[in-house]
Write a protein that binds this ligand. Structure first.
Ligand code: AMP
Ligand code: GLY
Length: 425
């Protein structure tokens, strides 16, 4: 079957690479894709948020399966658009309905959902401009540091962790005054959880679920997790502290009640759930839900899967997910993200990339922010430019393999962390 992947990052390149392996995939299309995705399939110049344009591409290219990479089209209702459109009936779309996407699109909705279904998460209070004094009282009763979250999508910037009470009150005012625009009309104030984080992924159709390999991502720009938050500077899978006993706690306390809750509330959900978790005193808590795969986690999760991804996605849509056996590679995968100088602040685009032809063949190179220039050479086109994934028998070995490849890729301003996985070794 022909498959269309919406999005333009390393996650989408990795999805395409994995789908291409399946004997059930024919042509793979990316909308809009990047300079690397053309090695897997064909790019179509369509904005994933322009649903009519996506529909036209699907019909024209005879696509039978659509995978939504980023959250925004889901939160805007692309799945409902597909399901309500007669011309698109019978086409599998992987990603939840608008209602299901609220698990990511509204932090208040997600917290209420977790409360209703007894899913362990930090204590919280949601406030608006009308009752912000209540918020300040709640903050006073908490211990530092203070966690403030804009309710809506804020491009990964909507979470503030603040040490000082007065500053937390001041930032609460700022968010409610529009610091993050509409996303901050409501603010979720949370208890701070002190522990170690990991990400767990499932495919679900609201009845069955299938657990993918877990991962840990590294969000800060600097080594030893210092400096500003980014979209993700690297990731590791498997996560050594996520042993059998801990994974089974996650399944019982978090995955099962979440899937049951989706079913009970009659939320239409066929897609990925990304559980952002934290381990505190041996127990897992949910920090956040995402309704899509993570980036760069996908670049280590998919390389560790020996299952047929087309088969898994078809079973997500049509049923049978619980009958598919898990087949994970035992090797460790580490991805190292190469970014543009200045990121996550301002940075320049259009830098020429050299060294791609000299790459060793045992690493996987996923393009993120790249495009072809007019003379067809690869140039940088975003903050995160490449994700270099390698395997190894340990985190150190896999990381060293990725670092060797990272060194051979050249572009002006290139920066990457050399310590991905440091806290797991
Ligand atoms: P999010 O954008 O929801 O992923 O949050 C960004 C980061 O903030 C998370 O990855 C955590 O490191 C941190 N965080 C969010 N909520 C909490 C919390 N309740 N306790 C401790 N850390 C948190
Ligand atoms: N790496 C975190 C995310 O995809 O949201």
């Amino acid at each position: 079957m022909n498959i269309l992947i919406l999005g333009a990052g390393g996650r989408e390149h990795a999805l395409g690479w994995k789908l291409k392996e399946s004997s059930q995939s024919d042509k793979i299309y990316f909308a809009p894709g990047n300079a690397g995705t053309t090695a897997v399939g064909e790019n179509v110049n369509v904005d994933p948020n322009d649903f009519e344009a996506v529909k036209n591409a699907v019909l024209e290219k005879e696509v039978k399966m659509v995978i939504v990479g980023p959250e925004e089209p889901l939160v805007r209702g692309i799945t409902d658009f597909f399901n309500q459109n007669n011309e698109l009936s019978g086409i599998t779309i992987i990603g939840p309905s608008k209602e299901g996407a609220k698990l990511e699109g509204s932090k208040d909705f997600a917290k209420q959902f977790m409360k209703r279904h007894n899913i362990p998460t930090a204590g919280y209070l949601t406030v608006t401009a009308q009752n912000k004094d209540k918020g300040k009282e709640y903050l006073k009763a908490l211990k530092a540091p203070y966690v403030l979250k804009a309710d809506g999508l804020a491009g990964g910037k909507g979470v503030l962790i603040i040490d000082d009470y007065n500053e937390a009150c001041h930032e609460l005012d700022n968010i409610l005054d529009g610091k993050f625009g509409e996303a901050g009309t409501k603010v979720v104030i949370e208890e701070f959880l002190d522990g170690i984080e990991l990400s767990v992924f499932v495919l679900t159709n609201g009845e069955e679920y299938f657990i993918l390999p877990e991962a840990k991502d590294y969000k800060r720009i600097g080594e030893k997790n210092s400096g500003l938050n980014t979209g993700g500077m690297g990731a590791v899978s498997p996560v050594p502290f996520a042993d059998k006993a801990f994974m089974s706690k996650i399944e019982e306390k978090i995955i099962k009640p979440t899937v049951k809750g989706i079913d009970k509330e009659k939320i239409s959900y066929k897609g990925f759930i990304f559980f952002g978790l934290i381990k505190v005193d041996g127990d897992p808590y949910v920090i956040e839900y995402n309704v899509r795969m993570g980036d760069p986690e996908t670049e280590v999760v998919l390389p560790r899967m020996d299952e047929d991804l087309v088969e898994l996605l078809t079973a997500t849509d049509k049923g049978g997910l619980s009958k598919i056996a898990q087949k994970q590679k035992t090797e460790t995968a580490v991805t190292v993200v190469l970014v543009s100088g200045g990121y996550p602040g301002s940075y320049e685009k259009g830098k020429r990339v050299d060294g791609l032809e000299r790459l060793s063949t045992n690493g996987l190179l996923f393009h993120a922010g790249t495009k072809r220039s007019d003379n067809s050479s690869v140039v940088t086109n975003g903050g995160r430019v490449f994700a270099v994934t390698s395997y190894g028998s340990s985190i150190e070995e896999a990381r060293d393999n990725s670092l060797k490849v990272a060194e051979t890729i050249k572009f002006e301003g290139k920066y990457y962390r050399k310590d991905i996985g440091f806290d797991l070794i």
